[in-house]
Structures are given as structure tokens and as C-alpha cells.
Design a protein around this ligand. Sequence first.
Ligand code: ZN
Ligand code: ZN
Length: 265
Amino acid sequence: MKKSVISIFIFAVNVMLLVSACGNESDLSPTTTSGTTTSTTTTTANATTSLEIFKKIYGATEVYLEGNYAIIKTNGLPDHKSPYYKDTQWATAKYEAYNGTNTKFALNPNRIASQSLVFKIPINPTKASSTSATPLGPIGVSLNGVPFFNQYAAMNAPLTNEVNGFDQYNGHPQQQGQYHYHVEPTYLTAQKGKDALLGFLLDGFPVYGPLEKGKTVTNSDLDGFHGHTHATTEYPNGIYHYHITDADPYINGNGFYGTAGTVSK
Ligand SMILES: [Zn+2]
Ligand SMILES: [Zn+2]
């Protein structure tokens, strides 16, 4: 009896070792990063996102409203160049060798592939009474249709090594070729401005860039979920919103501030 318990334990340890030995980011199943935490933040103004605002996601193949949700469909292909377009059907137009500033840059073995992502995002985002951690894989969608990922690599490891695979626009593809941003999408901030609306997380709260009223936003300006509440260009009556900063956790902190919608792949 005791012996079989021990052998099950050894088996489990071996499985864990095997999985972690895969090394490369799996980003596949939406596993939860940690347990639920209860938010103690004070109430915020309710705001509704109009179809017009959702249509700022110019990279989407379709954007429409369905009940209390916006449906956003995207193929996830970045509209900017990338070294990860090498050897793909888009290479002629979109391949660009790495020309960024990271001397440790190393191209990962993955190449960009077309996706069929469907985001279902609440148009009336509300603070969750019990907030949930963000999963691995897409946690939101940026203006060009490329998904946002959280601050972890596979097995919820920190991004320490992964950052060296980020291309000159701060993105990279995972094993299935799904290109994504864990940090500031510099192509978008160059095009739209560092203070611009850059996308939405699955809970429907908007994501803004690292600049606000001419000041760089730091993690200390934000709560544990990586946001705060005030009026913005798109929401003159005020809304809770996330900011992307240049330090870990970059886009989101302890999970979704609101009740998350869904994403299907
Ligand atoms: Zn990644
Ligand atoms: Zn703000």
C-alpha cells in the first residue's frame, strides 16, 4: 500500500520534470496561474464601450456586438515586420532581420502562423467580486489584432529568458505560431502614441500605453491589477483601465480586475 503511494509520487515527479523539460513556451491550455484573490478596491464608475471604440481594433477581421459582448475575430498576424516571418508565406513582404537593441537576441525556432481567435469581451465591464488570475495564452487583444499575454512564460516561469526572443517590436510566436506581446507593443505606441488606447483585456477594461498626461506611468502609480480609474479620451466619464509599464508585470498584475469574457482558438 505504502509502496504504491510512493511510486505514484515518483511518477508524478517524473511527469512534472518531463513537462518542465519541454522548456519552450506552451501557452496552450488556459491554466490558471494561481488561486483566486479577493479584491478590496473601492467602487468605480460603470462605463459602456461602444462599437465605435471596439472598432479601433483595426487589425480585427470582424468586430460586432452580440448582447452584452463585443465579438472580435482576428487572425493574429502582426501588421508590422518581424524576423519571425522568416520562411513563411508572408516572408517577402513581412520578413525583417532583427534590428533591435538587445545584444542577447536569439531567434526562437517558432514561426508566425495565422490563427482564428474569437474574443468575447463584455461591453459593460464590471469589477469582479472575486477576481481571477490571468491564464497563459491570450488575455486580451491589441489594436492590430495580436493578443496580449501575461507576465509569465510556460509553467508560469518569469520572462527572464523569453525576453531575449522578443523581436524589434517586442513580440514573438509560441509553438503554434501564435504571435503575442507580453510587454509594450512598440509598433503600436509608435503609430498611435505612448498614451493611446492599445486594446482590451478579456474583462473588457481598456489597456493604455505607458504615458499619461505627459508623464511616464510606473507600477507604483497602479494597483495590484495594474490599473486605476479616471477619465480617458475614450471614456470621458471615467473608467478603470490598465496601463502598460516598462517593468514586470508590464500589462497586468494579480489577474483580471473585472469578470473576464472568453477567447476561443
Ligand atoms: Zn511569449
Ligand atoms: Zn490612467
